[in-house]
Design a protein around this ligand. Structure first.
Ligand code: TTP
Ligand code: MG
Length: 398
């Protein structure tokens, strides 16, 4: 019988080097080699992830493939096999559901479980974590890491402490002590700009934020101020909804559509992607923004939700280019045959431009072509301004 005074026992599971580990499992010759998932060297695009071997070379998710190859010339590059990874994700969900009903997938390889009412089955929390890991291993032959804490935020924060293949149990006191000396950027939810603002206040460590007067934080950050302090103290009760690792703070613009009936025909999806890309691009242009990263969001009929993203090596607010990237994500991420409930397109990593039609740097549209393209966009926007959003849509992959 578990002796634990916590009011809640929250378990966070995060698969280790998820896509890469699946490929290593399925292709035994990869054993011991640095493996990078996301595309072949020479292709545009970024790494989705890499195994721990490749991380030793400085490779990480989101890094352009050409740079991965420069840092790790012996790396084995593999294209993303979205359907296969989603299948494994659903298998893992099945395992977790055997431990408790309250499982929430937070991304393709992360889940939260509320084990509060299941504590009596385990001798201690470490043991609980080991049992969950064993269950996952037995079903899918993959390792994961487990964080156990009295709330979701601390469970997620601590899962990385013994990664890969580890269990970390952390009370709020332990969390406060352990994270106090670390920089504020260690907090999930504190991105670059918040870090800079905090630094300007003289707050560089989590410990300093733990003790900083809430009033001042509130005056400077609004409702986000007290939340920052809660995060530092491990008292934040919300979830940090970020599909991939740390929450992204950067501004983004996008649109989503929930279908009145779930769909699984490619034509409907592609035409919806076209509309959503058009709307996202239009918003970017209206705000004089261009972006580099395109994220596709997919929610299936069983409510499992995944995101998949690609990054361009230039900034754009052109709907054709955004659409092309969204379709690429769709092709990589979609589990064939599954019914889709919601789909979304989002553009992030934004920069402000002086003029929304300033020259595109896309390799397809150079010189005169870029100029012509800008004129077409300008004209199309003028027509939409006059007659409404629905009158014009981009007609296909450029
Ligand atoms: P993560 O859990 O962030 O990374 P990981 O599982 O590969 O490695 P770790 O051991 O550090 O948890 O993301 C899960 C999967 O999501 C990852 O295997 C690939 C995919 N992904 C992307 O497609 N793009 C991204 O930018 C990131 C960060 C992840
Ligand atoms: Mg992971």
């Amino acid at each position: 019988m578990l002796n634990c005074e916590w009011n809640n026992i929250i378990v966070h599971i995060d698969m280790d080097a998820f896509f890469a580990q699946i490929e290593e499992r399925d292709q035994p010759w990869l054993k011991g080699k640095p493996v990078i998932i996301g595309g072949l060297p020479g292709q545009r695009g970024v790494a989705s992830t890499c195994n721990y071997q490749a991380r030793k070379y400085g490779v990480h998710a989101g890094m352009p493939l050409w740079e991965c190859q420069r840092l790790c010339p012996n790396g084995v590059f593999i294209r993303t096999q979205g359907g296969k990874y989603s299948f494994v994700s659903i298998q893992v969900l099945g395992v977790l559901r055997k431990f408790c009903d309250e499982v929430k997938m937070a991304s393709i390889d992360e889940a939260y479980m509320d084990m509060t009412n299941h504590r009596r089955l385990f001798s201690d929390l470490q043991n609980m974590g080991e049992a969950i890991k064993r269950g996952v291993w037995e079903k899918v032959k993959l390792t994961c890491s487990v964080g156990i804490a009295p709330n979701k935020y601390v469970a997620k924060m601590c899962v990385g402490e013994n990664k890969p293949d580890g269990v970390t149990v952390m009370s709020l006191d332990e969390y406060r002590k352990k994270f106090a000396p670390r920089p504020v950027s260690a907090l999930i939810g504190v991105g670059e700009s918040t870090e800079k603002s905090l630094n300007r206040l003289g707050i560089s460590t989590v410990g300093q934020l733990q003790n900083f007067p809430e009033k001042i934080l509130k005056a400077l950050f609004g409702i986000y101020g007290p939340r920052l302090k809660e995060m530092a103290n491990g008292e934040y009760q919300g979830t940090v909804s970020n599909p991939y690792g740390k929450a992204r703070e950067d501004k983004s613009m996008g649109h989503e559509r929930t279908f009145s009936e779930d769909v699984n025909d490619g034509e409907t999806i592609i035409s919806t992607l076209l509309r959503l890309s058009g709307k996202a691009a239009r918003r970017l242009r209206q705000g004089n923004y261009q972006g580099k990263r395109v994220t596709l969001k997919l929610r299936y009929s069983d409510f499992t939700t995944f995101t998949h993203q690609t990054s361009l090596n230039y900034f754009t607010n052109d709907e054709g280019e955004i659409f092309r990237e969204a379709v690429k994500c769709w092709e990589e991420a979609y589990s064939v045959g599954k019914a889709v409930r919601l789909i979304g397109v989002r553009v992030s990593q934004l920069r402000k431009t002086a003029d929304s039609y300033s020259t595109f740097q896309g390799d397809l549209f150079k010189g005169r072509t870029a100029l012509k393209k800008n004129l077409v966009l300008k004209a199309a926007d003028a027509i939409r301004d006059k007659y409404g959003e629905g009158v014009l849509y981009y007609g296909g992959v450029g």
